[in-house]
Design a protein around this ligand. Structure first.
Ligand code: IPM
Ligand code: MG
Length: 347
């Protein structure tokens, strides 16, 4: 089995290095790793954020472990050359349309949440975010209005096939959990959302065992901090899912804790922490590697058929936290590598 490691920018290389240490310590038979540059790092080295050799490795690999992309040095490049295009390109090229972003409170971290403990403790939810469509991939550009004003535009759209396939992913995820699915949209204003809602209701006919509800995205943002315990699985579009998953991450203590899987229809996946490249703390050994280590666990579970090994990693992370391992984002002072040490010791 081949795992592609794409460390990327900012704290990406630091956090993927710790996940790789954990994978190495597990010495999984038959597992090989190949690394390639991506994002701003790839642009600087090879002139493109997603060089052909990197894309080729991603295609050949059985699974991809991804760090983060985003580099302020590249913010004034034309959009097609910016680091973010690497992750968007991988999602699109490999048809990784189903993004699973679980948010569960680690009991040890109840005090790190910005929510009251008794509210935060209830959180055990999964955001299923669509990744291949929406305003992210619609026609976009800059133009002049009739009055000569500069105008930016990005077209939002979903077709029914795109909605149907993510709805099936979400209903299946709900079946494997507590059987509740909340579809989040803005159907009171957007046609895109009206179609979304109609199609989700059609797909629901195949899943009589799942309890489906609908919520407008503004209300969902509010409910996520008011009573997050009400959610089991949330399914939503690309943009709303981007926003709500960052919000959910902070509710469980830190964005430094949330792992994610981006899957195609066959279970091949890209695994990444949901946090970004955090250039402000890059190369200072301050980043929390746990989200990436937990992403590696998701990779073993969902793409490589090794759920027991995934369990071992997750248990080790919980043990490390119980033993007091805390990076700066969790209110502690431990370095990135010390956090990795703590997980290794707990393995
Ligand atoms: C995420 C990130 C990306 C996104 C960026 C880096 C393009 O915020 O994975 O949530 O917006 O999808
Ligand atoms: Mg995001």
């Amino acid at each position: 089995m081949l795992v592609a490691i794409l460390p990327g920018d900012g704290i990406g290389p630091e956090v993927t290095a710790q996940a790789k240490r954990v994978l190495d310590a597990l010495a999984i038979p038959g597992m090989t790793y190949e690394e390639a540059p991506v994002g701003g790092a790839a642009y600087k080295a090879q002139g493109h954020p997603l060089p052909p050799a990197t894309l080729d490795l991603a295609r050949r690999a059985d699974a991809i472990l991804f760090g983060a992309v985003g580099d302020p040095d590249c913010d004034s490049l034309e959009r097609a050359l910016r680091p973010e295009q690497a992750i968007l390109g991988l999602r699109k090229e490999l048809t990784l349309f189903s993004n699973l972003r679980p948010a569960k409170m680690f009991a040890e971290l109840a005090d790190a949440s910005t929510l009251r403990k008794e509210v935060a403790e209830q959180i055990d939810l999964l955001i299923v975010r669509e990744l291949n469509g929406d305003v992210y991939f619609g026609e976009k550009g800059m133009r002049k209005t009739a009055e000569g004003l500069r105008e930016g535009y990005d077209i939002m759209s979903y077709n029914e096939a795109e909605v149907r396939r993510i709805a099936h992913s979400a209903f299946r995820a709900a079946q494997a959990r507590r059987g509740k699915l909340c579809s989040v949209d803005k159907a009171n204003v957007l046609e895109t959302s009206q179609l979304w809602r109609d199609v989700v209701i059609e797909v629901a006919a195949d899943y009589p065992d799942v309890e489906l509800s609908h919520m407008y995205v503004d209300n969902a943002a509010m409910q996520l901090v008011r009573n997050p315990g009400q959610f089991d699985v949330i399914v939503t579009g690309n943009l709303f899912g981007d926003i709500l998953s960052d919000q959910a991450s902070m509710c469980v203590g830190s964005i430094g804790m949330l792992a994610s899987a981006s899957l195609d229809a066959n279970g091949k996946g890209l695994y990444e922490p949901i946090h970004g490249s955090a250039p402000d703390i890059a190369e200072q050994g301050k980043a929390n590697p746990l989200a990436t280590i937990l992403s590696a666990a998701m990779m073993l579970r969902f793409s490589l058929g090794l759920p027991e090994v995934a369990d071992r990693i997750e248990v080790a992370v919980a043990k490390a936290l119980a033993g007091g391992a805390r990076s700066a984002d969790l209110g502690g002072t431990m370095s990135t590598s010390a956090m990795g040490d703590a997980v290794l010791a707990a393995l």
